[in-house]
Design a protein around this ligand. Structure first.
Ligand code: NAD
Length: 482
């Protein structure tokens, strides 16, 4: 569905996020007919560029991140002609008059400000957008992680934005929520009658969520140090995924209906009091790749690059069902998935070795190879008598998209268009962010108090031994990272 012509100001438009994600996402939306030619994208950054210079930069970003061979010449030309540039400084009044001039006031079209700048600029930019009279009551402001460093700073950030904008104007991105499979998870749960009756402690044995990366912190080491996997991944992405699995059905697929239910899940998370239930790791050196401490340029660093933990959603639906979460860098493969493991059949009618039934596992793969599989037990095909064997019902989205000659859209395509449409369903509300920090903070504080270092683990492994033990102790095991 095409959106109305809009103005989108991208602060930090010459940066990595803008070039790698936003510009390609907007190009695709124009190419696919959703973004109109009359839309205006105004890049605003400190770089000494003029409009043509920034158009050349955007064009180079399309070549690099969409792929020169993939670009449609007509869409490319039309897209670039929507782009303008204003040189400004977030920390002074330089350039703000020009930005005003680039946004003719007579236009009553949707207006959004994307803060693709370091978080230390958020407050100043919000204040100047407001002070320069650029924001209308329905203008949107878009921000992204890190949304604070702990509960206190997240509260301060929320308060700072609340000083200039209403909550209905603030779009906090967690790009995991824009992923096709994550949205499919909601369709799977709430558009089918099949799973919901089973979606509770009576039928589900446990849930595991894995977000594994194969790369290390690379050149971001000094930035990453002092942040760590708990703040960088668990507080936002993994807890958001947990919320979508655990939440009650909202009455409607509407922003506050969905976000109210997610908030209830965050508030129902049992506090982690047993540090045995949280494993921290830090990747070691091997085969010519440096250890994290070298990447971070901090020999004594206590920052974790891996976390595995067990928690529980302490409410009627989920009582007693463990949720195992793990995320880490430089692991065996780049895999993100959610697995719902159901309880075994209560009684086997098949004698002897034929009676070994597998566990039904619903696996939702976020990357790579997005899709959903349902692990089943079937009769081993063939004439050899009734023997049981595992089999999978598999739905790989790439196959379905290929049949329809479609491309897998990037999360940012969906999210940026939702901003323009004014739909906050896939964005985090301020109270959700705070509730997630409120759960994470005591764990980090307990680590700090203990003062030990994360367990080293081998690059290319599935994390420290203790992470395996976390599930072994409960008679369960992690799914392979492969
Ligand atoms: P970056 O350092 O690559 O780019 C920063 C941009 O800010 C540049 O365009 C620069 O010109 C501009 N800038 C710096 N100082 C300025 C000033 N005083 N006034 C005006 N503009 C100024 O950063 P990035 O990686 O693009 O990240 C931007 C934001 O997005 C950060 O909040 C980051 O945490 C977040 N983020 C980035 C990614 C990513 O993939 N890069 C992913 C998630 C979140």
């Amino acid at each position: 569905v095409p959106v109305d012509p809009f103005d989108l100001v991208v602060f930090g438009a010459t940066g990595d996020l803008a070039r790698r994600k936003l510009i390609p996402a907007l190009y695709h939306r124009l190419h696919d007919g959703q973004m109109p030619d009359e839309a205006r994208i105004v890049g605003a950054a400190r770089g000494e560029l003029d409009r043509d210079g920034f158009r050349r930069m955007a064009d180079a970003a399309l070549e690099e991140f969409v792929g020169a061979g993939e670009l449609d010449p007509d869409a490319r030309r039309r897209f670039l002609s929507t782009i303008d540039y204003v040189r400004l400084d977030a920390l002074s009044s330089d350039g703000w008059g020009q930005l005003s001039a680039a946004l003719p006031d007579a236009d009553e079209r949707p207006r959004a400000f994307y803060l693709s700048v370091a978080p230390r600029f958020f407050g100043q930019v919000a204040e100047r957008v407001h002070g320069a009279g650029l924001a209308r009551p329905d203008s949107r402001i878009v921000i992204e992680k890190p949304l604070g460093h702990d509960l206190a700073s997240a509260r301060a950030l929320n308060a700072c934005f609340a000083g200039h904008f209403g909550e209905h104007q603030i779009y906090r991105i967690d790009h995991y929520l824009g992923k096709e499979t994550v949205q499919n998870l909601m369709a799977l749960r709430f558009a089918n009658a099949l799973f919901e009756p089973l979606w509770n402690a009576r039928h589900i044995d446990h849930v595991q969520i894995t977000v594994a990366e194969s790369v290390g912190v690379e050149k971001r080491g000094p930035y990453y140090d002092g942040i760590g996997a708990m703040r960088d991944m668990v507080q936002n992405h993994l807890l958001q995924l947990l919320c979508l699995i655990a939440m009650e059905p909202p009455a409607r697929f509407e922003p506050d209906a969905v976000r109210d239910e997610k908030l209830k899940v965050l508030r129902a998370l049992a506090p982690v009091t047993d540090l045995e239930a949280v494993v921290r790791g830090q990747y070691a050196a091997a085969n010519g790749t440096p250890a994290y401490a070298a990447d971070a340029e901090s020999a004594e660093s206590r920052t974790e690059t891996f976390v595995a933990l067990k928690t529980e959603v302490a409410n009627w639906r989920w009582s007693g069902v463990p949720f195992y979460l793990r995320t880490g860098k430089r692991l065996r493969a780049r895999v993100s998935e959610i697995a719902i493991a159901f309880k075994p059949a209560p009684h086997s009618i098949f004698p002897g070795s034929a009676g070994r039934t597998g566990q039904n596992v619903l696996a939702i793969r976020l990357q790579p190879d997005e899709g959903i599989t349902l692990g089943m037990t079937i009769k081993d095909p063939g004439p050899g008598g009734l023997r049981l064997a595992p089999a999978e019902l598999d739905m790989t989205f790439a196959d379905r998209l290929a049949q329809a000659h479609l491309r897998m859209p990037d999360a940012y395509e969906r999210l940026v268009m939702d901003v323009i449409r004014g739909d906050q369903t896939l964005f985090m509300r301020g109270d959700e962010v705070e509730a997630a920090w409120a759960w994470v903070d005591p764990i980090i504080a307990a680590w700090d108090e203990r003062g030990d270092r994360p367990a080293p683990y081998d690059p290319g492994s599935s994390g420290p031994e203790d992470a395996l033990m976390l599930m072994h102790r409960d008679g369960r095991r992690w799914r392979e990272i492969a």
